[in-house]
Design a protein. Structure first.
Length: 228
């Protein structure tokens, strides 16, 4: 019986954060939220980039930090906050599964900062950030390395004049799609293109537009996307 009473007495004790500790925790959570967002921006690939997602990472880190300080070591307060926060409904679809990792990173940074675990907060985030940058630089896990998708319409019987231009400007190119137009007088071609170093994509497009019988030249940045 005494053990039960002592347990509840212990749970009823709340850690009181001083003003300095509160400001330090919130400031650290904000800084880490900014760092997480900047790393997300630098390593982002694809077309699903959102400024609001960057802001969300910052808010999540600071808000979770504040919530964990409110809870302290009080079990009853923790259950009360869980019940209060359960009314919130998030209906935004996460387009990129990697974005979920950044949300969890923001949560972890806020939790660590809110509990004043400064070593875990700083060095844990530094290690995760380093991993994110290394994976981005090495392009780890990519299935198909490409830079651009080149699409154009060429009149039938014009030969492969575009191949000579691609040999000049592209390191490699491979055919992705070839389809005759509705009138049968031209073909619509899609190529995967990897540019040579120090050559701009504008130069390639300008050179292709000079070819007689070629039209609708379109160059799409694809990076490591596989969906065409």
């Amino acid at each position: 019986m005494e053990n039960v009473e002592s347990f509840f007495q212990t749970e009823g004790m709340v850690h009181i954060y001083g003003p300095t500790e509160i400001l330090l925790n919130l400031a650290l959570a904000f800084i880490l939220g900014m760092v997480i967002s900047l790393i997300y921006k630098a390593t982002h690939k694809g077309l699903s980039y959102s400024q609001s997602f960057m802001l969300t990472n910052i808010f999540v880190a600071v808000i979770v930090c504040m919530v964990i300080m409110v809870i302290g070591n009080n079990l009853a307060r923790a259950f009360a906050l869980v019940g209060a926060l359960s009314i919130i409904r998030f209906r935004t679809v996460v387009k990129d599964t990697k974005d979920t990792a950044y949300i969890f990173w923001g949560l972890a940074a806020g939790l660590a900062a809110g509990t004043s675990n400064y070593f875990i907060t700083i060095f844990g985030s530094a290690i995760i950030g380093t991993i994110a940058i290394i994976l981005h630089i090495t392009n780890f896990g990519t299935l198909y390395k490409s830079e651009f998708i080149l699409r154009f319409i060429s009149k039938s019987g014009r030969g492969d004049e575009h191949s000579k231009v691609l040999e000049k400007y592209a390191k490699s190119s491979s055919l992705l799609h070839l389809e005759p137009t509705g009138d049968g007088e031209a073909v619509r071609i899609s190529l995967d293109v990897v540019m040579k170093p120090k050559i701009s994509s504008e130069e390639l497009v300008a050179e292709l537009n000079k070819i007689e019988g070629m039209s609708d030249v379109l160059l799409i940045a694809s990076k490591s996307d596989v969906d065409y």
